[in-house]
Design a binder for this molecule. Structure first.
Ligand code: GTP
Ligand code: MG
Length: 681
């Protein structure tokens, strides 16, 4: 279908903390601009933003969804992002392709504080953003407190663009601080201009002066006017707002109530007037903007029908149906309205559209006609997995299907990971938290017909010995039919320092064990060590073959292997076997006000604090480094988040093995339990 060419376009992500009203705001934006004739609600599960089954089921967004609409001859493509930290990867990937973001937050101090990681991401990438303080219809709103809290978490200066008018506790309108025109809200209709409320004169004056001062910090001409008490022309203020927002130098703030469509039109007006055009975003992102088609994947969907859709931002050139990108002919170009797709035959630079059947292309990838020539666009870093579940298909012969289905899940969501554990043989699904993994499991069940059962992953314990034992005898003698089996060895077994692994040597003199049988001895020892007397792989031991005997007819490599196993079976239990647990080195990032709680959390989980310090790159945040037993990691992220308003996070890596304290080892060995707090303590 050929569409009327729009005079301009804007791509805007709607981001912000969990449940702040982003999906409701998208619904309102679509309604106000006429893209939908009836508003759905999150509660009823009929919004455009939460149209995926997994979102609808949970009354929360669990993936980004895009919707395009038109306002004042301009095409707006909005990307509604999930707010939960467990789905932050979705948000970060989408933000890489927009011209601006609306940060939706609630007028509650604690909720505002949770914006810190998002603001950091926006400022690190210099993504222009405005704040929409939503739910202003609720009781007990304190505008100044909210602004204060916002200022504390934003590294860029905030400029209030509006001053809300409250009647008692009810929001009834706003004053636009640029024009100083007051407006009264009407549910379902545009706000009406009203006479300036004289009682707000003083407060409005302060707010406006603050806004102008913030803008003047980046504009000497405006600064001069302010110093000389000259009223700056409105065009100058608007020009500054546009320039400074576009360069992510200031963050304009708006107020409203998405549920009532309050403040939604002024927001659209501001986006129209002040948000950067796609061309200027491209100029900022690419070193040189050309004409050959170049796009970046912001999100990958496998639709319920099984088709692949890649949501892309076209950075330069024009995409036409049937174009070959990265060597793959695309199946079609679509504009999205949540789950609905509208076919279009081309998409120009600056648009966000979905391309079908870009097989092999992942979220974040850059696609171009000549992919060798194209310079890959920067992509958001993949979040490290912090939460794991072991999974098993409910139906036995589904194991084969599992790996291809998980590969698709990972293409959709790079913050998932999986592994087949070498020691425990479990298939482990890694992600960002419980809900994140549940959503992945829902998708396996629903889209791929792969119902899975889950359990807590086993801790990959190991064992070692504490005491050396010498001259341990192992003799294997077996008569079966005509030809017998004979092997006979003496082994010395010694503990090695932690982390050394395994060492085999021999001190055979006079050929008492012929050369050709010695590899059999080593094999027998190694086989035994895969499963020690406590039930785990044995590490950090040295085994020396010191003596033995053989039979000229009956001996074989196989028989010596058996003899070595027997010697190990006798020897290791005498050498004080002991349990080792994996210890992780963790780096926890938290707002400084929660650092002492984090230290307690780590100590309470047998962590060993190595130190903590303020982060150079993030004011008001600390890094705590510690050793943490892996057995204590299962629910660590859950507790960390609950102590830190949801914003604490951690990085981890395997560090070393360490002896399990005796009492705990006893418990683990008798109960077969993990011994960690993660085991549903
Ligand atoms: N009182 C009031 N409630 C609102 C308003 N906007 C949204 N809500 C309610 O806030 C809740 C969360 O709304 P959503 O739109 O799902 O929030 P969200 O930010 O999209 O949530 P996630 O995507 O899951 O992070 C719902 O119960 C909405 O009805 C508003 O303006 N006023
Ligand atoms: Mg939502």
């Amino acid at each position: 279908m050929n569409e009327k060419v729009k005079s301009g376009s804007r791509n805007v992500a709607i981001v912000g903390p969990y449940l702040s009203g982003k999906t409701t705001l998208l619904e309102s934006l679509l309604f106000v601009t006429g893209a939908i004739s009836r508003k759905g609600t999150v509660k009823d599960g009929n919004t455009v933003g939460d149209s995926a089954n997994e979102s609808r089921d949970r009354h929360m967004s669990v993936e980004v969804s895009a919707a395009s609409t038109e306002y004042s001859d301009t095409r707006f493509t909005f990307i509604d992002c999930p707010g939960s930290v467990e789905f932050a990867q979705e948000t970060y990937n989408a933000l890489m392709g927009v011209d601006a973001a609306i940060v939706v937050c609630e007028p509650i101090r604690d909720r505002v504080l949770t914006l810190a990681p998002l603001f950091k991401f926006l400022d690190d990438w210099e993504i222009p953003h405005i704040v929409f303080v939503n739910k202003m219809d609720r009781a007990n709103i304190n505008v100044l407190d909210t602004l204060h809290a916002l200022k504390a978490v934003s590294s860029r200066p905030l400029v209030a663009h509006q001053y809300p008018i409250l009647q008692g506790e009810e929001l009834i309108g706003f004053i636009d601080l640029v024009s100083e025109q007051a407006y009264q809200y009407h549910a379902g209709a545009p706000a009406d201009p009203i006479p300036f409320p004289e009682n707000l004169k003083a407060e409005e004056h302060i707010a406006r002066a603050e806004m102008l001062e913030a803008l003047a910090n980046f504009d000497d001409h405006l600064l001069e006017e302010l110093l000389e008490d000259i009223e700056p022309p409105q065009e100058e203020i608007l020009k500054d707002l546009k320039l400074e927002l576009g360069a992510d130098l200031v963050v304009p703030v708006f107020f409203g109530a998405a549920e009532l469509d309050y403040g939604v039109r002024p927001l659209l007006e501001a986006l129209l007037r002040e948000a950067p055009e796609p061309e200027s975003t491209a100029e900022r992102r690419l070193s040189k903007v050309g004409n050959t088609p170049l796009a970046q994947v912001l999100k990958t969907y496998y639709t319920p029908q099984g088709g692949k859709l890649s949501l892309v931002r076209v950075w330069q050139g024009k995409l036409t149906d049937g174009i070959v990108l990265n060597g793959i002919r695309i199946g079609g170009i679509y504009r999205l309205m949540g789950q609905q797709q509208q076919y279009i035959n081309e998409a120009g630079a600056g648009e966000i559209v979905a391309l079908s059947r870009l097989e092999g292309v992942k979220t974040g990838d850059t696609v171009a006609i000549d992919s060798q020539q194209a310079i890959a666009l920067p992509k958001a870093e993949n979040l490290e997995p912090v939460y794991a579940l072991a999974i098993t298909p409910e139906k036995r012969n589904d194991e084969v299907k599992l790996s291809s289905a998980i590969t698709k899940l990972l293409e959709e969501d790079p913050s998932l990971a999986w592994e087949q554990h070498g020691d425990t043989h479990e298939v482990i699904l890694w992600g960002q938290g419980e809900i994140h993994l549940q959503v992945a499991l829902d998708r396996l069940r629903r889209k791929y017909n792969l119902p899975m059962s889950t359990h807590l992953p086993q801790v990959p314990y190991k064992e070692t010995i504490r005491k050396p034992v010498a001259a341990i005898h192992g003799r294997y003698k077996h008569q079966s039919g005509g030809h017998g089996q004979f092997g006979d060895v003496f082994l010395d077994i010694q503990p090695l320092p932690r982390g050394t692994g395994f060492n085999f040597s021999e001190k055979i003199v006079g050929g008492v064990v012929p050369r050709q049988y010695i590899p059999g001895v080593e094999m027998g020892v190694r086989e035994f060590l895969t499963h020690g007397p406590l039930g785990f792989p044995v590490v950090d031991v040295a085994v020396t073959l010191t003596n033995g005997s053989y039979h000229s007819v009956d001996s074989s490599e196989q028989a010596f292997k058996q003899a070595a196993r027997l010697a190990m079976q006798t020897g290791i239990p005498q050498a004080q076997p002991t349990l080792l647990e994996p210890i992780l080195r963790v780096l926890v990032t938290t707002p400084s006000e929660f650092t002492s709680k984090v230290l307690q959390l780590l100590s309470g989980r047998r962590g060993q604090i190595l130190g903590y310090e303020g982060r150079d790159d993030w004011q008001g945040w600390d890094n705590v480094s510690a050793f943490l037993p892996q057995a204590e990691m299962q629910n660590f992220i859950v507790e960390l988040r609950s102590l830190t308003l949801g914003v604490g996070s951690f990085h981890w890596e395997q560090d070393h093995l360490q002896e399990v304290p005796e009492k705990l080892a006893e418990r683990i060995l008798t109960n077969g339990s993990n011994g960690g707090n993660g085991n549903g303590k």
